[in-house]
Design a protein around this ligand. Structure first.
Ligand code: FMN
Length: 121
């Protein structure tokens, strides 16, 4: 889970090791970019969750484990159980362990021609 208001929570922390001119540029940009655009705040949180999620899954594979992402759980109930703050969104859970069966074929790979868009739709 991630806060949709991370951009407004002392954002200079995120850039503390960057060159000062880069940090100043990005910290000053972050507020106006996110302000009043809740859809973008949510997109950003879910983007970050997705990146972290895949990194965890790849890292698990690299050390010999298998994993499976799942969003089909009672999100509201889990939020209640873990006392999720109001400004947080929930990402998928990831089960990590040793597989008990071989994986099946990709359930529905789409052709690249449908997935790769060049220049515009
Ligand atoms: C973000 C995400 C959430 C998912 N949630 C569920 C889920 O709740 N229940 C489920 O049966 N499969 C879920 N899946 C699908 C499986 O995790 C898995 O991706 C699918 O069985 C296909 O396997 P493969 O990705 O190894 O080809 C989810 C997949 C993704 C990417």
């Amino acid at each position: 889970m991630l806060s949709i208001n991370a951009w407004d929570k002392d954002p200079q922390r995120y850039w503390q090791n960057a060159p000062k001119e880069v940090a100043d540029l990005l910290v000053n940009w972050m507020g106006p970019f996110h302000q009043g655009r809740e859809w973008l705040q949510r997109d950003e949180a879910q983007r970050s969750i997705g990146l972290a999620m895949q990194t965890i899954m790849l890292a698990a594979k690299a050390i010999g484990y298998d994993s499976c992402p799942m969003i089909g759980f009672d999100i509201e109930k889990v939020a209640e159980l873990i006392k999720l703050p109001e400004d947080y969104v929930m990402g998928p859970m990831i089960a990590i362990g040793k597989k008990t069966k071989d994986i099946w074929a990709k359930p529905g790979q789409l052709p690249l021609s449908e997935l790769v868009i060049e220049d515009s739709f």
